[in-house]
Design a protein around this ligand. Structure first.
Ligand SMILES: O=C(O)C1=N[C@H](C(=O)O)C[C@H](O)C1
Length: 290
């Protein structure tokens, strides 16, 4: 199980491979995930944004969880399962199920679309946390349409059972406001801000780009924790063009296309309404591979 102490380092949010008919492709999943496991990452996230959670059925998440555990055996790498929806009761049901499967924590996104009050949002997290499986709160206003204040996020982090935050707020203000007094880990969820957030005291990152150049992302984390700032800046500067490319069109389309071109996925297919990257982007990603 993850907790406030061991939620640190590099967590890689996995993509969900589909075949050209948009069906789950477990063969590609095994190949791609096994290749990622050559790196000493601290954990993975299933059914995050990168895993296309809006179009993956909950039963399929269960199938992916089993497939991931089977690939991992006998290693016991922490698995965080994306269980957050904009329905509190459904998020609670999913968290209960993930707890039964043996997940190490759940990722619960700020409830989107219905624009609840801040009190309603806190109650949402309180009910998920009361399930008893550790909760990582996930703040991503560019996707949810709700930006939480430092004070509200602090109240969410104060809840028993909430072990930390994945901060994809799009800037440094939330992390800077929370970190001086926050006893719980904050992980960067905004790939281009990894280095800045680590310097502010973030405990690590949950980064889609770390599916590629995983070793370099691990190196940045290690260099910052060793106080080796100039080398961390150099390593991160080399990663920035890739990060910018992967987010120029909606994540995870560029990432899936790249993983397919690397031969790790049979197809870079996304489920509708997400679709393939533009041909211009394909050419740029190709250039990255050469
Ligand atoms: O998989 C996730 O969850 C992530 N979400 C962010 C996003 O796409 O908004 C980016 C982050 O790298 C991983």
């Amino acid at each position: 199980m993850l907790n406030e102490t061991n939620l640190q380092g590099l967590f890689v949010p996995l993509i969900t491979p589909f075949d050209t008919e948009e069906r789950l492709d477990l063969e590609s999943f095994g190949r791609y995930f096994s290749s990622l496991l050559q790196y000493d990452i601290q954990g993975i996230v299933l059914n995050g944004t990168t895993g296309e959670s809006p179009t993956v059925a909950w039963e399929e998440v269960g199938t992916l969880y089993k497939a991931a555990r089977a690939c991992l055996r006998p290693r016991r790498l922490p698995i965080i399962v994306g269980c957050g929806t904009n329905c509190t009761a459904e998020s609670v049901r999913r968290s209960e199920a993930a707890g039964h499967w043996g997940a190490d924590a759940v990722l619960a996104v700020t409830p989107y679309y219905s624009r609840p009050s801040e009190e309603g949002i806190i109650e949402h997290f309180r009910r998920i946390a009361s399930v008893g499986i550790p909760v990582v709160a996930y703040e991503v206003p560019s996707r949810t349409g709700v930006a939480l204040s430092v004070e509200t996020m602090q109240r969410i982090l104060d809840l028993d059972g909430v072990i930390g935050l994945k901060d994809a707020s799009g800037g440094l203000a939330l992390a800077a406001g929370l970190l001086p007094d926050c006893p719980k880990p904050i992980l960067c969820g905004e790939d281009a801000l990894l280095l800045d957030m680590l310097h502010l005291g973030a405990a690590g990152g949950m980064l889609a780009s770390a599916n590629v150049e995983t070793a370099s992302f691990l190196k940045v984390c290690a260099q910052v924790s060793e106080g080796n700032t100039s080398h961390a800046v150099e390593t991160f500067d080399r990663l920035l063009p890739l990060i910018r490319l992967l987010f120029r069109e909606s994540n995870p389309a560029p990432l899936k296309w790249l993983l397919a071109r690397q031969g790790l996925l049979a197809s870079g297919t996304l489920r509708c309404p997400m679709g393939p990257v533009s041909t211009a982007m394909q050419a740029e990603l190709d250039a990255f591979l050469t």
